[in-house]
Design a protein around this ligand. Structure first.
Ligand SMILES: [Zn+2]
Length: 296
């Protein structure tokens, strides 16, 4: 069975939650599952190299019926081979590779050439989009709250603060109305001029982060994803109009259209000693304007 010769076209960066596409390839997997590759999709897959936003939930519908999409991963095609999810050895966007959205279904799969409809669970998507937007805001607010902790000139973020988030981030995990970002403060960050003592009282830092966030949320502001191409591996940028300026964070996920959709964004911070330094964990909890919020 021939493999696609170009990237999947993706419509979720513009906020789409449904799409119609054609089956280009069906890859048999273990346990009677299959990975379905389409020419175009609204379904957000988890990225293999930077799995911050989980896969959408939703369904795939053909003339034969509707089946749940039980997972969606990023696939890469190189030298005539398809590498899926954790088996993908390169980052999305690597030169010489083709990147595809692999929709995983159970049971009898559609066949190549079938027309399929994709429908994404809209409330789950909305909860992830709210959390992802809040996650980026919290990162910028954390940079601002730690600006005085630097003794040397460091690279800056879009708003002009030393870029603690992008220099120290280890992992970011987004879940409905909540995100967890983990930072490592080790030798290399200290060498760049960061003073770990600035994190001696994490609750006080969190208070400053929340004080930066509150007026941003109150002011509202439009949010969009800018992209040159509509392919899966095209570089995309999160642009948000904040009172302090425009942001430009690289981002493969989905977002709200306006900060007005957020009622509140609140972070908490905790540190722990790790080998060779300190780990900082930032939990960000969101409430949306319609009242939905994170639950544990
Ligand atoms: Zn992002």
């Amino acid at each position: 069975m021939a493999l696609p010769t170009s990237d999947t076209i993706v419509t979720y960066p513009d906020g789409a939650t449904s799409s119609t596409g054609t089956v280009l390839h069906v890859e048999p997997l273990d346990d009677e599952r299959s990975a379905i590759l389409l020419d175009t999709t609204a379904f957000h897959p988890v990225d293999s190299a930077w799995p911050d936003q989980p896969a959408d939930r939703g369904t795939l519908t053909t003339a034969q019926g509707t089946t749940p999409v039980v997972d969606a991963v990023t696939g890469g095609i190189h030298d005539g081979r398809l590498h899926l999810g954790p088996d993908l050895p390169v980052r999305t966007g690597t030169e010489g590779w083709i990147f595809v959205v692999a929709h995983v279904v159970e049971g009898p799969p559609p066949v190549v050439g079938d027309s399929v409809q994709i429908d994404v669970d809209q409330s789950f998507r909305a909860a992830l989009s709210a959390a992802h937007t809040a996650c980026h805001l919290a990162a910028l607010a954390l940079d601002a709250a730690l600006a005085s902790a630097w003794t040397k000139d460091a690279p800056t973020d879009a708003l002009g603060s030393p870029a603690f988030d992008s220099l120290a981030i280890q992992s970011s995990r987004i879940s409905p109305y909540r995100s967890t970002d983990t930072y490592r403060i080790g030798k290399s960050l200290r060498r760049k001029g960061f003073t770990p003592a600035a994190l001696a009282d994490p609750a006080a830092v969190a208070q400053r982060v929340n004080a930066v966030l509150a007026p941003w949320i109150a002011a509202g502001g439009s949010v969009r994803i800018e992209r040159g191409e509509n392919t899966l591996s095209a570089r995309r940028t999160w642009v948000c109009e904040l009172p302090d300026g425009l942001t430009d964070i690289p981002c493969g996920g989905t977002h709200l259209r306006d900060l007005g959709g957020l009622a509140s964004v609140t972070t908490s911070l905790a540190t722990r000693e790790i080998d060779g330094g300190l780990e900082l964990v930032m939990e960000t909890v969101v409430t949306a304007q319609h009242g939905a919020s994170a639950t544990r």
